[in-house]
Design a protein around this ligand. Structure first.
Ligand code: PMP
Ligand code: GLU
Length: 397
């Protein structure tokens, strides 16, 4: 019998990845599954980015890079932050990571001591909870429901702060709700955080480029807390580069140094070729990805329109990312005679087995009444998926 650590035994599997794997397996067994579980753009990486990667190979960028990333790339990221976000950073404040996931993990491991409290705005992206657990921190959830467009209020944040609070973290645009905090909403949160200098803010901005208003606000814009903000971003979503594995963080130099030390012991940084390709992505005019944003907007509108016909789905209007997060509570306690739906995981399994549409239960994101539907797929598949979902749900009495 192999004995594994308590750390890994108590860690949950990533539910987004697990659902995607389940749907791949069903597909490979011949089932016609429509996978709306994984948050991954269905576009190909832009040609000019691919070419920069190919050139990186041809030009023999095959050696270890600096642990925090090529200087040229960190300079390009600084230029991007200034151009798009009006934020000034130096290359020493940037750490290039193996996906935004590792940027988040680095930050938590460097900031959180065992027992420290980490306030997470809920609904939250699934891995926050488990990363906090790995850092031996204590997650404290501040929840906002659909009636508040899933956005927390300053007084809620303040009520959750204790002397043990070390970190506050959130994503905007938000995975799983698609909600986007406006500049004035962030300012209100910043005013609270200003009073608590022991708190560092982890602002996950990975969906920055998928904001339908075209305006992305960063909490790092507020000078009073600026030094305590860790911006998380990357190319997975905005540039359709999920498999390339590149994220980055921008933070106070001491935090950046700590994160570099950490990844120097575990990854030595991300792939050199990916870094060469990302220089091209960072240097490009943001309009190069506008066609993807337009498609996502079209799909959001289509999905919202179709879902309105499903009597018991309650929805908000997502202003960013590519998820819809309907409240499906009205189906709990119903049955099609054979399948009894107690909760959201049951409903997701029912939809997977009977409609062959993969979604993710809200439990993974801190809201037991919802399910997450990713619309990063074609109009045709969205139409077919909703048709199947509707037919299956109509059988529940
Ligand atoms: N943050 C959020 C909110 C996400 O949805 C994701 C999804 N992948 C990540 C971070 C991680 O991104 P990456 O693929 O760059 O690791
Ligand atoms: N962020 C995506 C999602 O939420 C990718 C899956 C993952 O990295 O967990 O589906």
């Amino acid at each position: 019998m192999i004995s594994l650590s308590n750390r890994i035994n108590s860690l949950a599997e990533s539910e987004t990845l697990a659902m995607a794997q389940k749907s791949r397996e069903l597909k490979s067994r011949g089932f016609d599954v429509i996978n709306l579980s994984l948050g991954e753009p269905d576009f190909f990486t832009p040609e000019f980015v691919k070419e920069a990667g190919i050139n990186g190979i041809k030009e023999n960028h095959s050696f270890y890079t600096p642990v925090n990333g090529y200087l040229e790339l960190r300079q390009s990221i600084c230029k991007k932050l200034e151009r798009d976000n009006k934020l000034r950073y130096t290359p020493e404040q940037i750490v290039v990571t193996t996906g935004a996931k590792q940027a988040l993990y680095n930050a938590l491991m460097c900031l959180v001591n065992p027992g420290d409290e980490v306030i997470i705005a809920a609904p939250y992206w699934v891995s926050y909870r488990d990363m906090v657990q790995l850092a031996e921190g204590q997650a404290v959830y501040v929840y906002a429901g659909i009636e508040d467009d899933f956005k927390i209020k300053p007084h809620q944040l303040e009520a959750a702060i204790t002397p043990k609070t070390r970190v506050f973290m959130y994503s905007s645009p938000c995975n799983p709700t698609g909600s986007v905090y406006t500049e004035s909403e962030l300012q209100e949160l910043a005013k609270v955080l200003e009073k608590y200098p022991q708190i560092t803010i982890i602002a996950d901005e990975i969906y920055e480029h998928i904001t339908f208003s075209g305006v992305h606000a960063s909490i790092a814009a507020f000078d009073a807390i600026r030094d305590r903000v860790v911006i998380i971003n990357g190319v997975s979503k905005g540039f359709a580069m999920t498999g390339w594995r590149l994220g980055y963080l921008a933070a106070h130099q001491d935090i950046a140094k700590a994160c570099t030390k950490l990844q120097g012991q575990i990854t030595s940084g991300t792939s050199s070729i990916t870094q060469r390709a990302t220089i091209a992505a960072m240097d490009a005019n943001p309009s190069v990805t506008a066609h993807m944003l337009e498609k996502f907007r079209e799909r959001r509108d289509l999905l919202m329109e179709l879902v309105r016909d499903i009597p018991c789905f309650i929805i908000n209007k997502p202003e960013g990312a590519f998820y819809l997060f309907p409240n499906v509570k009205a189906y709990f306690g119903k049955s099609d005679g054979d399948y009894h739906i107690k909760d959201a995981p049951d409903l997701c399994m029912y939809l997977l087995e009977k409609a062959q549409v993969a979604t993710v239960a809200g439990d993974a994101f801190g809201d037991k009444d919802c399910i997450r539907i990713s619309y990063a797929t074609s109009n045709q598949l969205i139409i077919e998926a909703v048709k199947r979902i509707k037919e299956c749900l109509a059988r529940l009495k």
